[in-house]
Design a protein around this ligand. Structure first.
Ligand code: AVJ
Length: 321
């Protein structure tokens, strides 16, 4: 990132922190800011926790069904992914496609570091060209759609249940925006975590080793590092709640006491009551029928669905129809 872009990004963070912590009622911070370098490393550690089965389920489905998934799509096919992740899950799809000839893969991510790691991970697979796009998802997708040549179909990957971080209405708005970049015959492979017993979900988001707690608290540490804040991390505690009506996990940071915090670069001083929380993330869970209905409302045809038996998670292939 150039100096100007860096300033812009830093001030967007400052503005969002300011807006989220000064709003009346529930204080909140956008979950995208959980993923700085340390937060991303902590999330990678989360994916190894025995209690957090989501990422392994996602990868198991892709590994076992990559052939069947790519068979549903026309060739030649260009693949793009919203969020490059580590490239580990995607390799199964790319390898299946590469058996039929050279493939171009466009990971889209706002993190240059994530794109670099993804390139490295996929480097040794022959006949796959990796072109990283350091852009927000929809801008990157528009770019990929513009670059592909006539006669090439596009497969968009949106894995890991990242869609679950959006409020339900915003999720559909986002899926409709994806649809607008696509042509009929293009596909969207959407990963969604499914509803499961609350105790299992709580264990996944409040693990006994405290990795998820560290992931959550790192957001306050990031505010201290980047915005000069003076959060005392010891006086906040990680909390995972399950909201049955909204079918979602919510992560909060609970203030252990009445306290004041100042964040100079955001131009604010904030007070917290004892027990007051900052809401940091929502992870929506889905039912199978709900996913099909969502496809229809967003301008897609639900073509096929694969579910992991060990950890209820669905991979859905939608066709822009
Ligand atoms: C990366 C958004 C899929 O919602 O499960 C993991 C993030 N937060 N543990 C999820 C997360 C706490 C994760 N996603």
């Amino acid at each position: 990132m150039g100096a100007a872009a860096l300033d812009r990004a830093a001030s967007a963070f400052a503005l969002d922190v300011r807006a989220g912590l000064t709003r009346p009622g529930q204080k909140e911070l956008p979950s995208v800011y959980l993923y700085d370098a340390l937060g991303s490393a902590l999330f990678e550690a989360i994916t190894l926790l025995p209690e957090y089965g989501l990422t392994r389920a996602d990868e198991r489905i892709l590994r076992s069904h990559a052939g069947a998934i790519v068979e549903q799509l026309p060739v030649p096919l260009v693949v793009t992914e919203l969020g490059s992740g580590s490239g580990r899950k995607t390799r199964w799809i790319l390898e299946a496609l590469a058996r039929g000839g050279p493939v171009t893969y466009y990971p889209i991510d706002i993190s240059a570091a994530a794109l670099a790691r993804c390139k490295l991970e996929l480097a040794e697979i022959g006949s796959i060209g990796v072109v990283g796009l350091e852009q927000p998802y929809l801008e990157g997708l528009a770019e990929v759609a513009a670059r592909r040549s006539a006669g090439e179909a596009l497969l968009v990957l949106f894995l890991g249940s990242t869609i679950g971080n959006f409020e339900r209405a915003a999720a559909e708005e986002f899926l409709r925006a994806i649809r607008r970049s696509l042509c009929p015959v293009d596909g969207l492979l959407l990963g969604t975590d499914l509803v499961k017993p609350p105790a299992r979900l709580i264990a996944a988001y409040d693990d006994p080793t405290g990795v998820t707690a560290a992931f959550n608290l790192n957001l306050l540490a990031r505010i201290n590092r980047e915005l000069g804040g003076n959060f005392a991390l010891r006086h906040f505690a990680h909390q995972a709640r399950y909201d049955e009506t909204r079918q979602r996990i919510e992560m909060h940071l609970v203030s252990a006491r009445r306290q004041a915090v100042s964040i100079p670069a955001a131009g604010i001083a904030v007070t917290f009551e004892k027990g007051e929380t900052i809401w940091t993330e929502a992870c929506h869970k889905f039912r199978l029928g709900e996913i099909e209905a969502m496809a229809a409302r967003c301008g897609f045809r639900s073509q096929a669905q694969w579910v992991d038996p060990q950890w209820p998670f669905a991979e859905s292939l939608w066709i822009a129809g």
